[in-house]
Structure formats: structure tokens, C-alpha cells
Ligand binder design. Structure first.
Ligand SMILES: *Cc1c(COP(=O)(O)O)cnc(C)c1O
Length: 468
């Protein structure tokens, strides 16, 4: 049988899909028993992938089988209830099911012409996101791979506009000889923001760092006077503490001056969609652009990031490197709002997640993260951990007496296989950064986690006593 005939058979007899489905079901059913981080053996077994590129085409089932056998055990069990590293989040079942179907469609999401359904669902998501976040009517959305890319888009739009304010068309004249932009950044901006600035032609020496208070919120009084050449970089959800900047005051001043405010809200922007938590983002709607992820707090599958921007012309002009003379078709062309042309039709899963959860579902799920984080905060304080942040959202920062003990607790917890947390640095100290952000996590998961932390702390202290 030639290759085409073989693939045609594989498509029609569907064994490969049945197998994939069964393997996926095994994975779902086994997630509770799985070690949260792969075992040493599973990691060692990854060497089976170190093989030469095959000379001949092979069997689809064998390819799938190898992935299941050796790949599955080397995954992080982040779809279970006790993965608290980074702010990863789980995946809402409706969004996964829809993604499976849409994967079979294999739509090129760049144009209306290449995927009307993706273009349609982007428009719907844009409208729903405006509504759920309470953003201005003129806000447009671009659907990108994550917040890193959303930050890049937002800052490119800002650069376009702030140079235009000074009579300079960046698309025409470039950066050589351009007037300067004054960049005022929260000193604890996410690494992706710094990277993005560099990619856009701004080095570290071009940035004025605005200090943060003890919770990691920008000190508003430390801002210099603003004008329409200023770009302000704020955070909805500090990477460590989950703290929110005082958008109300900063945006008020920025708006009066004609400065551009960009908000990195990768995981934290979702507080705006929760009745009990929306006070945290007060006034954020007065900013100019916002970056947010679907794949973190909203629990869509990867990759799902969104750039929201109040200035359609600036965003499109920046991303298309075109002039002011855009011709819009009747229908939405997704590529206008992102740097990519061919792209995954990722709005489909976002749409499915929002449609499934609805406003009250989003509220309930995300408030749940906050409640579990509070439960964790209380429980860990009770067993002797120092809590370093006000737990306003889903982040809990804790430590033991010193850096050494804290690092050892992390090691113990990671090796337990029962849950996973990572280290961070806060005020020059080693801390444990815990992010509660999966719909799967229950109160029981939190109790179990607290008990593992307690065991870790006991073990570390016992070891210390023996040493002393
Ligand atoms: C995760 C994160 C980013 C980067 O987002 P990706 O989706 O990983 O690209 C940016 N800012 C903050 C605050 C984040 O938590």
C-alpha cells in the first residue's frame, strides 16, 4: 500500500482516534494516583525518544503507543487537584471536548475566508470579554498564544500611538531617529514584559522603574508627572503576591495627561469577573490595553491569550505595520489583531469555556480559587508557616524560619509526589509560591496539602535539631 492509501485507511477506519480516546480516558482515570511530578524512572525512560529520524514511514498506532507509554508518565499532573506551581490552571471538560472536535476541523484561523466559524467565535468572545470585564464598548480583542504575546501586541500598539502623538509614524520611519517614549514600569513586572520591551527596541536603561510597596503594588506617589509620551506598565495580579495596582488613581492621572496604560493581567484580570473580588480591579477599565490568559485562571486548554485594546486603530496599525488606510471587510479577519497569519483557531475553546460556565460559573469557579487559597493560608499558618502576603486572590507566599529550611520544605513537598510547589524570591528571601488555580482542586486537596507541608516542616525541623 502506498503512503496516501495507508493514511486514507487510517483516517477511515478510525483506529488511531479510538486508541487515542482510550489512552486519554486512562489518563483521566489515573490522574488521582499519579505522582504530581514524574518519577525518576519515567524521566529516564524519555531516552527512548532519542532515536534517529526514521527512514521509512511507520505505523500510526505505534507512534501513538510510544507517546502514551513513555510520554504520559513524563507529564506533570496539572489536571489533578494538587499542582500549585506557577499559575497553570486545569482545563474545563467542555473546552477539552470542543477542542478535540475542532482539532479534527483543522481550521486556519487567520481570515474569515479560511475559517468563518473561528472569525465568528472571535467576535462573540470579544463581546463577551468586554462584558464580563466591564471594558469600554470600543475595546477590541486579538486572540494569541498567551499573555507574553498579548503583552507584545499591547506594547506595540502603545509604541505606535505614543510616537504618533509626537508626529512620528513608526511603520514608515522606524525607530532610527525616533522621538523617545518614556517608559514607567512597575519594578516587579513579569519577565515577559521586560522581554517584550527589549523586542520592541527598549533596553533596560530606557526604563524608569517605579517602586512597589510591601505587597507588591506600585507606589502611586512615586510616579513622575505624566504626558502623552509616557507608557505605564501596571499589574493586575502580582506574579508573587497576587496584589493589584491602584488602577483608579494611576489611570485617572494617565488619562488626563494622554499617557498609555498597559495592564498585565495574565491570571489576575479575572478578578474583575467575580462579584466579591472585582473591587481589586477598580478603575482598570480606564487603561488603554490589557493582556490576559484563558489558559491560566479561566482553565481553557493551552494556548489561549488575549490582547484587549481600547484603540483599534493603534493595535491594527502596529500589528499590520500598515498605514491608516485599512480596508475592513464586512466580516472579522482575525489576523488583523495578531502578529500571526496562519494560526490555530483558539477562540473556539475560549468560546466553549465561557459559554459553558456562563457568568455565574466563572464567578463560582474563580471565587473558589480564592476560597481555597484562604483555606491554605489559614491551615499553613496554623502549622507554623509564615504567611508573607495578603491573600487577596489566588496566590499564597509562605516560608519557614530561614532560606535553608524553606528550600528543604520545597524539596520535601516536591519529592512527596503528592503535590507540587516551587520557590520564588521575595524581599531577598527564598519563599514558597503557591498558586491555586484549577477547578479540580477541592477543600480535601487543600487539607492534604497542608498535611504534607506539616510533615515537611516537621522533617526539616527534626533534621535541624539533630544537626544542632
Ligand atoms: C504567566 C504570566 C505572563 C506570561 O503569560 P504566558 O501566557 O505564559 O505567555 C505574563 N504576566 C504574568 C503576570 C503572568 O503570570
Amino acid at each position: 500500500m502506498n503512503l496516501q492509501a495507508q493514511m486514507s485507511k487510517e483516517l477511515r477506519d478510525k483506529q488511531i482516534f479510538d486508541k487515542a480516546r482510550n489512552f486519554a480516558y486512562d489518563y483521566i482515570d489515573g490522574i488521582d494516583e499519579m505522582q504530581v511530578f514524574p518519577t525518576k524512572q519515567s524521566l529516564e525512560n524519555l531516552k527512548v525518544f532519542d532515536e534517529a529520524l526514521p527512514e521509512q514511514s511507520g505505523s500510526a498506532l505505534a507512534v501513538l503507543g510510544q507517546l502514551h507509554q513513555y510520554g504520559g508518565p513524563a507529564t506533570i499532573a496539572q489536571t489533578g487537584g494538587r499542582y500549585f506551581g506557577f499559575v497553570n490552571g486545569g482545563a474545563v471538560p467542555a473546552s477539552l471536548g470542543v477542542k478535540w472536535l475542532a482539532d479534527v476541523w483543522d481550521q486556519c484561523g487567520g481570515l474569515y475566508l479560511t475559517s468563518p466559524i473561528n472569525a465568528k467565535l472571535e467576535s462573540v468572545c470579544e463581546k463577551w470579554l468586554r462584558e464580563i470585564f466591564g471594558l469600554p464598548q470600543e475595546t477590541v480583542a486579538g486572540f494569541v498564544s498567551g499573555t507574553s504575546m498579548a503583552n507584545l501586541c499591547g506594547l506595540a500598539a502603545a509604541r505606535y500611538q505614543l510616537l504618533k502623538n509626537q508626529g512620528w509614524d513608526i511603520n514608515e520611519k522606524g525607530l532610527n531617529g525616533a522621538p523617545s517614549i518614556r517608559i514607567l514600569a512597575h519594578e516587579q513586572v513579569h519577565a515577559s514584559v521586560k522581554k517584550t520591551l527589549a523586542m520592541l527596541g527598549f533596553g533596560r536603561a530606557n526604563i524608569e522603574w517605579i517602586p512597589a510597596d510591601e505587597q507588591g503594588r506600585i507606589v502611586v506617589e512615586a510616579l513622575p508627572s505624566l504626558d502623552n509620551t509616557c507608557l505605564l506598565l501596571l499589574q493586575a495580579g502580582n506574579v508573587n503576591t497576587g496584589a493589584y495596582d491602584d488602577f483608579d488613581s494611576v489611570c485617572e492621572r494617565a488619562n488626563t495627561a494622554g499617557a498609555w496604560v498597559h495592564v498585565d493581567g495574565a491570571f489576575g484580570l479575572w478578578a474583575a469577573a467575580v462579584q466579591e473580588l472585582k473591587y481589586l480591579t477598580k478603575g482598570f477599565e480606564k487603561a488603554d490595553s490589557w493582556a490576559v490568559d484563558g489558559h491560566k485562571t479561566l482553565n481553557t486548554p493551552y494556548d489561549s491569550g488575549i490582547i484587549l485594546c481600547k484603540h483599534q486603530n493603534a493595535l491594527i496599525s502596529a500589528l499590520q505595520a500598515s498605514g491608516e488606510y485599512l480596508v475592513f471587510s464586512e466580516q472579522r479577519d482575525p489576523l488583523l489583531y495578531t502578529p500571526e497569519l496562519s494560526k490555530r483557531s483558539r477562540a473556539i475553546e475560549l468560546w466553549a469555556t465561557l459559554k459553558y460556565l456562563g457568568k455565574t460559573g466563572v464567578d463560582e469557579m474563580i471565587l473558589g480559587f480564592h476560597q481555597r487559597a484562604k483555606q491554605l493560608e489559614e491551615g499553613l499558618a496554623d502549622v507554623g508557616f509564615e504567611i508573607l502576603n495578603e491573600v487577596v486572590f489566588n496566590q499564597v507566599l509562605v516560608r519557614l524560619q530561614n532560606d535553608k529550611q524553606t528550600s528543604k520544605v520545597i524539596q520535601y513537598v516536591q519529592q512527596s509526589g503528592e503535590c507540587w510547589v516551587g520557590p520564588s524570591s521575595w524581599n531577598g528571601q527564598v519563599v514558597i509560591r503557591i498558586s491555586v488555580c484549577s477547578w479540580v482542586t477541592t477543600e480535601e486537596d487543600i487539607r492534604k496539602t497542608i498535611s504534607i507541608f506539616q510533615q515537611a516542616s516537621n522533617a526539616v525541623k527534626l533534621e535541624q535539631t539533630i544537626h544542632d
